[in-house]
Every structure is written in C-alpha cells, then in structure tokens.
Design a protein around this ligand. Structure first.
Ligand code: BV8
Length: 255
C-alpha cells in the first residue's frame, strides 16, 4: 500500500521536472478489464504461451492460429474503456504539455483517455498490414473492406494476395524506426520517467528507465508488484495505477 508521503514525494519530483516521460505496459490497462500480457490466458488459449504466439515464425507456421489469437484479443479489447489511470495521465499531460507517453501497449486506451502524441513501441492491434509490406513498409490493409472465410484464418492482401497480419511488433522483430526515434528523442531531454504497469522484461523498452538514470534523471515506478525496474526506481509506488495516478494528480494541487 502506498503511503501518502510517497505520493507527495512523487508529486514534488513531477513539479520539479520540465520534461517528463511516461513508459507504460499492460498493467495500466488492467483496470479497464484487459488482461495483462503475462496474465494467464483463459479458455482455449490457456494452453498457449503468448510469447510463443507473438512471433513471425509462429504466424508462418500456423497463420490461422496466430490470426485467431489476435482476433480473440481484439474481441476482449473492443468494448473496453480507459480507466482512472489513463485519465489521470491525460490530465498530467494537460498540466505538463511536454510530457511524452511511450507505451508498449497495443490497445489505444491512452488516446481514448485523452493523451496525445502517444508513441506505440509495439504497434496497435486495431491495425493490419500485408505480411510482406508489398507496397512499402508498412502496407496497411483495411480488413473491414475485405470479405473472406474466417475459418481459413487471415485475409489475403488485396495487392499481392499473400497473408495479412496484425500491425504489432512480434518478438525478434525490429521496433518501428519512427517510434524508436521519437522515444529516443524524448529520452534525451527527460529528467523524470514514470514507469507504469510493466514487468520490465521486454527489450528495448525495459532499458529506457536506465537511459534516464544513466543521464542523471529519476524514475518513479507504479506497479503492485516488484520488477527489475523497482531496483533502480527513486520512488516505488506499490499499487494499481488506476488508484495511484489520480492521487498523484491531486497531490500536485496541495501546497
Ligand atoms: C527487438 C506486441 C531487435 C505483440 C510485444 C532472442 C531472439 C530475438 C529477440 C530477443 C532474444 N532475446 C531477447 C530478445 C529481445 C526481445 C526480448 O526482449 N525478449 C525478452 C522477452 C527476453 N525483444 C524483441 O524481440 C523486440 N525486438 O529486440 O528487435 C532484435 C531483432 C532480432 C533479434 C534480436 C533483437 C520486440 C519486442 C516486442 C514484442 N511484442 N507486444 C503482442 O502484444 O502480442 S511485447 C509484450 O510484452 C507485450 O505486448 C508488452 O508490450 C510487453 C511487455 O509486457 P508488459 O506490458 O510489461 O506486460 P506484462 O504482462 O509483462 O506485465 C504487466 C505488469 O503490470 C506486471 O508487472 C504487473 O504486476 C503490472 N500490473 C498488473 N496490474 C496492474 C499493474 N500495474 C499497474 N496497475 C495495475 N492495476
């Protein structure tokens, strides 16, 4: 449980910072009802390890299985709404317009909660593209315009007839250069990073708090559990982000 004076300390760090970066993971969407990436999958997906499904080799080996895995997750995400944590981050950005949200999440709840300029390191599940980017990287495909037999898995690219895939970054794939460059630019000038709802296991995102620390900056972690980032955080706020972030915003108004 996070004590009030830790919240006050976090608020003081925020007040003293000019360029704040925020790195979020699946935990920030947990209170919206979206299971985290490493939450146990349920139903017919319970026997799968998401990390093994989120790869190009798994998709090439069994395009229907991987396509259906993302359709399952899209169905879960479809009717979910931002939670108090997303709204609090948007309020923070209104007060500190130079604040940059860097997310590992493939949902768009930050945008729906009012955050702007969100950097998606791992893509967005709502988008699809040609697996071969046949018209250039990325060759986005609007599958709502296509009709295909869903029993066969992914639709065919309307340009080249080969597979369409979700517009997310799979393990072993490079992150989108534009997102990586935008994140690097933000990290270069940031004195403070809020690290929220990530297990800190996936590179290169998980190294970003260290980039800030190596430059003499500070890190605040918000997570009910301990992670590799907890060891380097200047302040560790243990608890759900949907509860802690609004308390931090409130504390900004106190003396
Ligand atoms: C790359 C999109 C260069 C898909 C994701 C061997 C071969 C190839 C690569 C590697 C290798 N060894 C290492 C690598 C690099 C690899 C990597 O880091 N692997 C790790 C696992 C060892 N990284 C990559 O491959 C990256 N690319 O490095 O390119 C390269 C290229 C070729 C070869 C080498 C290098 C690409 C990584 C992107 C993978 N795609 N997502 C999809 O979602 O299906 S990553 C996936 O994990 C998630 O989507 C998410 O983005 C990411 C991190 O997960 P979290 O967001 O942290 O979620 P998690 O469930 O883990 O944790 C949730 C946390 O929330 C927990 O701590 C929990 O306590 C907390 N929480 C719970 N409730 C709350 C809460 N917090 C706050 N409030 C709450 N209420």
């Amino acid at each position: 449980m996070t004590t009030p004076n830790l919240i006050q300390k976090a608020a003081a760090l925020i007040r003293d910072s000019q360029n704040i970066t925020v790195l979020t993971g699946a935990g920030v969407s947990r209170e919206s009802g979206i299971p985290t990436f490493r939450d146990a999958l349920d139903g017919l997906w319970a026997r799968f390890n998401p990390q093994e499904l989120a790869t190009a080799s798994a998709f090439m080996a069994n395009p229907k299985l991987v396509w259906d895995f993302y359709e399952y997750r899209r169905d879960i995400m479809r009717d979910k709404s931002p939670n108090a944590g997303h709204f609090a981050l948007a309020e923070l950005q209104r007060r500190y317009p130079s604040l940059v949200v860097i997310t590992q999440n493939i949902d768009e709840l930050h945008e729906q909660g009012g955050s702007t300029g969100v950097i998606h390191l791992h893509g967005r599940i709502a988008g699809n593209k040609c697996f071969y980017n046949c018209q250039g990287d990325p060759t986005m495909v609007d599958v709502s315009l296509l009709s295909w037999d869903k029993e066969n898995g992914p639709p065919a690219c309307p340009h080249c007839g080969r597979w369409v895939r979700p517009d997310v970054v799979w393990f072993g794939e490079m992150l989108p250069p534009a997102a990586l460059n935008a994140a690097a630019e933000a990290l270069q000038v940031s004195e403070l990073m809020l690290v929220i709802g990530t297990s800190g296991l996936v590179m290169p995102a998980a190294d970003m708090p260290m980039v800030i620390k190596r430059r003499g900056g500070k890190a605040i972690e918000i997570n009910p559990d301990d992670t590799p980032i907890s060891d380097i955080a200047d302040i560790k706020l243990s608890g759900p982000s949907g509860e802690i972030l609004p308390r931090i915003v409130e504390a900004l108004d106190e003396a």
